[in-house]
Design a binder for this molecule. Structure first.
Ligand code: UDP
Length: 323
């Protein structure tokens, strides 16, 4: 059985939907930002907190857990700058509790959701796993601290782990049964689509004077279903002892500017956006684009879905959003 912590969240719920086809799954989520409706009904659901030793011990005592996949983190760069305590408490301290209880119960396989924010402002066009990690905000720091803990636990206690550094997760499940739903929403693609649906007045472009061809920030958007399939491959590689103590980037390898994303949304949906230029947002690097060559050559994974498909699936979901 696999324990998915944060399995009611955006990325966790998409992973659970794929994983239940292969494994027995138990989801632990405190529903602080996740949605019970997003959890596939074939998974066991426990409402609880990863920072609570009793909740965790109850699960490890009651179920034969062979691996833990950890998605339960706060992930807003701007918020982390204003409220770092929240990020160090949940993303670092609570994860440490999870690892402690795992070690106590001799559960030694761990898949960790990390982020491109660990790279800070990279000095290369395309970021690979050798690129220096130098976060520029508490969110990135909190994720890198856990990566360091995993490396140390691996050496000292025999923990087996894979770290997956996501670039910009987007899109929705092709069934439109689950998708992205944050409150408040801060991510670019859902904000554009909400504007196109008349749910918000305008889209603000945060900065048009960056050192990029059109002056707006460039990101690497990756379909959430592609992220889910990378997790399944990483889990299989870990459980079959093919891979351990590895870090992989997960991206498309293609960068799109904010303006290009808006234009693609307009093209895919056939609706024009109401756009305004606005000031830069604190903590945004100009360009984050991944090389995912390592996971392709080692596990055979690559992103299958392009920006049009990401936006098309997100559009279907937003039109009928159910939670
Ligand atoms: N962005 C924007 N307007 C918005 C939301 C986001 O211009 O209303 C920009 C943001 O500054 C960044 C890119 O879109 O350059 C992607 O932002 P998002 O919050 O989706 O993801 P992040 O890169 O912060 O993880």
């Amino acid at each position: 059985m696999i324990l998915v912590v944060g399995g009611a969240g955006y990325i966790g719920s998409h992973l659970v939907k794929e994983l239940v086809e292969k494994e027995e799954v138990i989801v632990l989520d405190n529903l602080s930002t996740g949605h019970l409706k997003a959890v596939d009904t074939r998974a066991i659901f426990v409402q609880g907190d990863l920072g609570n030793e009793e909740d965790l011990q109850m699960i490890f005592s009651s179920y034969p857990i062979k691996a833990v996949m950890h998605f339960a983190a706060f992930s807003l760069v701007g918020e982390s700058v204003v409220d770092p305590l929240k990020y160090y408490e949940n993303n670092v301290a609570a994860t440490l509790t999870l690892l402690k209880v795992m070690m106590k119960n001799k559960v030694k396989n761990f898949i960790f959701s990390s982020t491109a924010a660990t790279y800070g402002i990279p000095n290369v066009e395309i970021i690979d796993e050798q690129t220096v990690t130098s976060p520029i905000n508490p969110y990135g720091h909190s994720k890198l601290m856990i990566e360091q803990m995993l490396a140390d636990f691996s050496k000292a206690y025999g923990l087996n782990y894979v770290v997956l550094r996501y670039f910009n997760a987007a899109g929705a499940h092709e069934s439109s049964k689950i998708g992205e739903s944050h409150d408040p929403e801060t991510h670019l693609i859902p904000i554009i689509l909400q504007q196109l649906l008349g749910q918000r007045e305008k889209v603000s472009v945060f900065g048009s004077d960056y050192d990029t061809p059109d002056g707006t920030c460039i990101r690497d958007y990756i379909h959430v279903t592609d992220l889910a399939s990378a997790h399944i491959l990483a889990l299989e590689a870990l459980l079959s002892e093919k891979k351990n103590a590895e870090v992989y980037n997960l991206g498309n390898g293609l960068g799109y500017s904010v303006k290009e994303v808006i234009e693609t949304c307009e093209r895919v949906t056939g609706v024009n956006a109401n756009v305004e230029m606005a000031d830069r947002r604190a903590g945004d690097p100009a360009r984050l684009v991944a090389s995912s060559q390592k996971i392709y050559s080692e596990l055979g994974w690559k992103a299958e879905r392009n920006l049009e498909q990401i936006i098309g699936d997100a559009w279907k979901w937003h039109k009928k959003q159910q939670y």
